[in-house]
Design a protein around this ligand. Sequence first.
Ligand code: C2E
Ligand code: CA
Ligand code: CA
Ligand code: CA
Length: 276
Amino acid sequence: TDGRGVYRIYSPEMGSNMRRYHYLLDEMRIAIDSSNFFLTFQPIINIDDCGISYFEALVRWQHPVEGTITPDEFIPIAEDSTLILELGDWILEEACRQMAAWYSAGMKKARISVNVSAIQVKHKPLYDWVMDTLSKTGLPVCALMLEITESCFISAPDELFDELKKLQAQGVMIAIDDFGTGFSSLSVLANLPVDVLKIDKLFVSEAVQNSKYSKILHSIVDMAEKLELKVVAEGIEQVEQLELLKSIGVKNIQGYLISRPQRSAYVGEKIFEQGV
Ligand code: C2E
Ligand code: CA
Ligand code: CA
Ligand code: CA
């Protein structure tokens, strides 16, 4: 059974999925020590002045045989083992180190935004981990944001809230990622230690054709304003989507229309070309 009491009929495809799973798990154990992971960075820009508000750090795995493997495939595998803890440590440190370099080069207004997995949140006292990494890398607290998925908050223990509050008090920003997909009740928001709502790309892609989605977006933006939360919309691919979000009052946007995630050297060049 699959654990929910549902019997599954064995198919050859399942066998090959399992093989791939275990293959990647074994390979990841090796890759963690051999610097086969790298970060890409995707800007989140302010609609009004086109300035960069944040860079989201997005991890990639450069496999010697398989080529680049995307996080949608390997993060869930890492989360089933303790590898996500090691990988997550590396990601936060690497992201802070890179941002610290851009920061000292003059990029003082943007923050680096780092995804934190539900498993990390469960296993680690966030405050000490984050503050230690900041001091190790020399990144000021005001240059960091953490992204935590909405579903993670729903099952969160009180300790998580306490840790996040302490980080917030120091000046670290907290974003709810994939907002709108976790079915949390909106009233819960009033008590969450968060600064930013990152609206899931599903809303962005649906809103253009489906007015129900654009109405929901409208009310999210209104509510966010009243609660003094910032809103980021992700997954903007088309000009129509951009125009709609603008008309709804979303101020910060992220998506292929603006830029794909890029390697740090490329981002660094752009920063210096455009001036900071
Ligand atoms: P996410 O945090 O929701 O990240 C946004 C994803 O949307 C990224 O995929 C990004 O490349 C992609 N994206 C950005 N703009 C567009 C667009 O205009 N259209 C479309 N279709 N997609 C867009 P990516 O990098 O493949 O990451 C997928 C997921 O893997 C992330 O979703 C996140 O859940 C996880 N992930 C990625 N990097 C990390 C990490 O460093 N740590 C952890 N814990 N999870 C990560
Ligand atoms: Ca994210
Ligand atoms: Ca997201
Ligand atoms: Ca996602």
